[in-house]
Design a protein around this ligand. Structure first.
Ligand code: BDR
Ligand code: CA
Length: 329
């Protein structure tokens, strides 16, 4: 039997993170060593609790969860860095009720399992230093934890098989007029990760928006009737409705970003346009702060193994999600 790919998932759970976690666990194709949690969609207190709730839904309390950093490496220390008139809020009080893309708590029973006491950064540093076999990292939020570990010991990159990260946008943005939320929230960490030397596949908004899901797609996803499938479909419907109420609906469709990383690892052909190109991050502190920059000029030769996904196969993506989420009970 082929050896399972060894994964550490770093996430800010988070509605789409929850679907990514369920897909990774239920696929049974990975040896998930741990999940580390980060800030982003919500403070770490909530992203950790939500991660534990998802694992309990799947009966996988054996996967350890390490809480990580609650803010970016240095961004908030730079005066004026977050003051950008075009920053979009992902929650708002409408008619006295809070409407959010990511509710503080996922609608699942409170977790009984406790998180690990070791910090995510120290876990990553220790594990990536000591491992005999390479590990794949799947960051689904701001990459602070991984950036910090790489900053403490850049040589751990040699034990990283690859990094498949959801972040950035080439022709797309969501947090500011130039930047995507995960990279916007910790641009320095994103740059460190992109330049660490291990193979990095970036799954930006361009790819995730090309596989946006509709209400009909959510119904297709729920059809198996398993707990995971119904929960994932409810999250898609919640995201569609929240985007409509918040006024940034994309024709009633929602880009379920994070699971595309996991689907790419399961079947790379779900991405139909992958570029090998040099990547950088704007750290200027102005309107473009946190923007992903990809050098796609003809003739420019990238020196690092950085790849950017520009498009996905929506039908394949939906079928993969529905099939994997149909597992379990
Ligand atoms: C990314 O930001 C978060 O809101 C989502 O969970 C996803 O990881 C999309 O920009
Ligand atoms: Ca996320």
């Amino acid at each position: 039997m082929e050896k399972k790919r060894r994964l550490i998932i770093d996430c800010d759970t988070g509605s789409d993170d929850a679907v990514a976690l369920m897909t990774a666990v239920l696929s049974d194709q990975f040896d998930i060593l741990a999940i580390t949690t980060t800030h982003g969609n919500l403070p770490v207190k909530y992203t950790t609790e939500n991660t534990l709730r998802v694992l309990e839904l799947l009966g996988r309390q054996d996967i350890p969860v390490y809480p990580g950093c609650n803010e970016g490496m240095v961004k908030l220390l730079t005066p004026g860095r977050m003051i950008n008139p075009k920053i979009k809020a992902i929650s708002k009080v409408i008619d006295g009720k809070e409407v959010a893309i990511h509710d503080r708590y996922l609608d699942l029973p409170e977790a009984v399992t406790k998180p690990q006491t070791e910090h995510a950064c120290s876990f990553l540093l220790r594990t990536l230093r000591e491992t005999k076999e390479k590990i794949t990292l799947v960051p689904l939020g701001p990459v602070t934890n991984i950036g910090m570990a790489l900053r403490m010991d850049p040589s751990i990159a040699q034990n990283i098989e690859g990094i498949v990260v959801m972040g950035g946008g080439v022709h797309e943005a969501n947090k500011s007029m130039a930047a995507e939320s995960n990279f916007f929230n910790d641009p320095e960490a994103a740059k460190i990760v992109l330049e660490c030397g291990a193979p990095v596949v970036v799954i930006p908004l361009d790819a995730t928006k090309s596989v946006s899901l509709s209400r009909e797609d959510a119904a297709f996803m729920a059809a198996s009737g398993t707990k995971a499938a119904k929960f994932a479909a409810d999250l898609v419907l919640h995201r569609i409705e929240a985007e409509e109420l918040l006024g940034f609906s994309d024709n009633g469709k929602n880009a379920l970003h994070d699971p595309l990383t996991v689907c790419f690892l399961l079947d790379p052909t779900v991405i139909t346009d992958l570029w090998h190109c040099a990547c950088d991050i704007d750290l200027g502190g102005g309107r473009a702060d946190g923007q992903l920059l990809c050098d796609m000029r003809p003739g420019e030769k990238p020196t690092l193994p950085t790849y950017v996904a520009m498009r996905g196969d929506k039908d394949k993506y939906l079928k993969m999600l529905a099939e994997v989420l149909a597992r379990g009970n």
